[in-house]
Design a protein around this ligand. Structure first.
Ligand SMILES: NC(=O)c1ccc[n+]([C@@H]2O[C@H](COP(=O)([O-])OP(=O)(O)OC[C@H]3O[C@@H](n4cnc5c(N)ncnc54)[C@H](O)[C@@H]3O)[C@@H](O)[C@H]2O)c1
Length: 346
């Protein structure tokens, strides 16, 4: 793993007491295992934590016929996104796979169609880090398609500071701005559907971060990809809360999938992956709450705007952590993204 230590100007690691911070820096940023780890906290993220939680799941929640409902999953050619798309297709839903690479997307589609025997699986090639591409795609899509559920799953943790062709920092462009533009542009289409939902795959890593509006693209000081990622994931949780407040007729939720053995974990966190591999969740376990939020009647009965792990709403702040932002700051995030997004609108 190549992450640098958080420098003075890194996005803020919130102020826990040292003991709490020691435990949670491991349990939630998934990046720098230190010798002392609280086994109980760690367990909730791994395979055994899923197994324990799943004993309380209502199997009937996912016993649904999704024929006639349309789902969009970003980053759907691998990992949690592909597993979620597979579950939805298996229940008869129409699935739009939004992927960057045509070859990998088509291979995923063939696999999903073959396993589900559902031909209603469609590929759209979009680079979620390109603000212009995301706008163009969403506008094109809305002209011809209905959409009931958007699953914002595509995500990355780029460990060196990299800029996109549009001059945006890559993690921010993909995780935050791409998610913001796609959701914003599809809200009018979602509003026309029955029981519309937006599920955003965030991460428990966001618990280490307080919203930092002063440096959205990590221009100041030493760059730390793990912190950039966690800050983006905090932004997704804040956006979910704001969207829920603004658009009452759409059900919004964000979630933490636990730690699942996926290509992103292998490539972005190789030493963590090597140490934890035998304990990581499967991709399907990581996708379970995504699917539950996207399809179940039980999820729709939950208030809009919450953050979930293993089919339960969980806190968005750790005890003793100074990670809460003011509602004015949450609004400022929305306004800053709106202003930036409009610069790329065709
Ligand atoms: N696996 C875990 O333990 C874990 C933990 C917490 C959160 N997450 C989140 O789960 C989501 C899915 O990740 P995953 O673990 O399944 O890894 P993954 O690598 O299998 O999935 C990420 C997907 O996003 C796609 N993607 C990345 N950048 C893109 C871009 N610019 N345009 C289009 N697609 C792009 C990738 O191609 C890939 O299909 C991510 O948002 C990740 O942050 C994963």
């Amino acid at each position: 793993m190549t992450q640098q230590d958080g420098g003075a100007a890194s996005p803020p690691l919130v102020c826990f007491s040292p003991a709490v911070r020691n435990v949670f820096s491991v349990c939630f940023t998934v990046c720098r295992p230190v010798p002392f780890v609280d086994e109980f906290s760690l367990r909730s993220h791994v395979w055994s934590g899923y197994e324990a939680a799943a004993k309380h799941f209502a199997a009937a929640d996912l016993d649904v016929d999704l024929s006639g409902r349309s789902f969009m999953v970003t980053g759907a050619n691998s990992g949690i996104g592909k597993a979620a798309a597979q579950e939805i297709a298996s229940r008869g839903g129409t699935v739009h796979l939004v992927c960057r690479n045509k070859g990998r997307a088509e291979a995923a589609k063939d696999d999903i169609v073959q396993r589900s025997q559902n031909p209603n699986v469609h590929v759209h090639i979009v680079d979620m880090s390109s603000a212009r591409q995301v706008w163009e795609f969403a506008q094109r899509f809305s002209q011809d398609n209905a959409l009931h559920v958007l699953i914002n799953n595509a995500g990355c943790m780029v460990n060196q500071r990299e800029l996109t062709d549009e001059g945006l920092e890559k993690n921010f462009a993909t995780n935050t701005l791409g998610t913001f533009i796609l959701t914003t542009a599809l809200i009018p289409t979602l509003q026309k559907a029955e029981d519309p939902r937006v599920v955003t795959v965030s991460s428990g890593g966001m618990l280490t971060q307080k919203l930092n509006l002063d440096d959205l693209q990590f221009e100041k000081g030493a760059f730390d990809g793990t912190m950039a990622y966690a800050q983006n994931k905090r932004q997704q949780v804040v956006l979910t809360e704001r969207w829920a407040a603004l658009h009452k007729n759409i059900h919004f939720s964000s979630m933490h999938p636990g730690w699942a053995d996926t290509p992103a974990v292998q490539s972005s966190m190789p030493s963590f992956h090597a140490k934890m591999q035998s304990r990581l969740r499967t991709e399907a376990m990581g996708a379970d709450t995504v699917v539950w939020l996207a399809v179940s009647a039980a999820a729709a009965k939950q208030p809009s705007g919450l953050f979930f792990q293993d089919r339960k709403a969980v806190a968005t702040h750790l005890p003793l952590a100074a990670s809460r932002s003011s509602s004015q700051d949450d609004d400022r995030l929305l306004a800053a993204l709106q202003e930036l997004a409009l610069k790329f609108k065709p």
